[in-house]
Design a protein around this ligand. Structure first.
Ligand code: ZN
Length: 239
């Protein structure tokens, strides 16, 4: 009985998401553009493609990395419309934007548990990022970041400069260059002119702090299970 109830809840959640996809409008962002800024907003966005870096503080360091299927404005889920962080497009990004009240109307009531679970996942990610920043060496954090970023995009290549990596990791550019050279020396990656290509994923994981594995696992248990790559793909091809 429990399984049947769970299946019904999933189906109704899927129907609600369908309504959102029909009502939303698509927005395109270039690399470096801000998808959302701290402050009050009545608009919500789901990331359809690309990578977005969630930043906090001054200077702003990365506290989460989001891929397709992520919701960019957590304040909307919490019904405050207050957003504390900045989201920056690390690659070209496409989002689906819709009024936050629509999210409340279509994904409320019995679906709240799923949404709160998503908020919890995002909180855990931010806590893990803070802990990683304080406790783990830059070269291991960088290896983790590359492993997570390529997992989220589903490819082996990331187009990003050393300066951009330094900014999001909160270190100096020469430190990133040195760490990349170490990973390259171990034949885990290739790095050239703003492109980083994962050459040996197992080796990259062996050089990363343990945060990479747990971040990827938690994401699989989180929003992606609900929204699903299939839905994103069909949403992208619906125009
Ligand atoms: Zn770590």
């Amino acid at each position: 009985m429990a399984a049947r109830g769970s299946a019904a809840a999933t189906a109704s959640f899927a129907g609600a998401l369908d309504a959102l996809f029909k009502a939303g409008r698509r927005r395109a962002f270039s690399r470096g553009e801000k998808l959302i800024k701290p402050g009050s907003s009545t608009e919500c966005q789901i990331l359809l493609s690309g990578l977005a870096s969630i930043r906090f503080g001054n200077p702003a360091i990365e506290v989460d990395l989001l891929g397709p299927g992520s919701l960019l404005n957590l304040g909307a889920l919490l019904k405050t419309n207050e957003n504390e962080h900045l989201a920056v497009a690390l690659t070209e990004c496409e989002t689906l934007a819709f009024p936050a009240r629509l999210l409340e109307q279509t994904l409320s009531g019995p679906r709240d548990a799923t949404l709160l679970r998503y908020v919890q996942e995002r909180m855990v990610q931010s806590m893990r990022a803070a802990s990683c920043h304080l406790n783990h060496a830059t070269d291991r954090r960088l290896a983790s970041w590359l492993a997570v970023a390529t997992e989220l995009t589903g490819g082996d290549e990331i187009r990003i400069t050393h300066a951009a990596l330094a900014a999001l990791l909160g270190v100096r550019r020469p430190t990133v260059t040195l760490a990349l050279q170490m990973l390259e020396g171990e034949q885990a990656i290739w790095s050239k002119r703003g492109r980083i290509i994962v050459r040996d994923r197992a080796r990259l994981f062996s050089r990363s702090c343990r945060c990479a594995e747990s971040r990827i696992d938690r994401r699989r248990l989180g929003w992606r299970r609900v929204l699903g790559q299939e839905r994103i793909a069909s949403g992208e091809s619906s125009e």
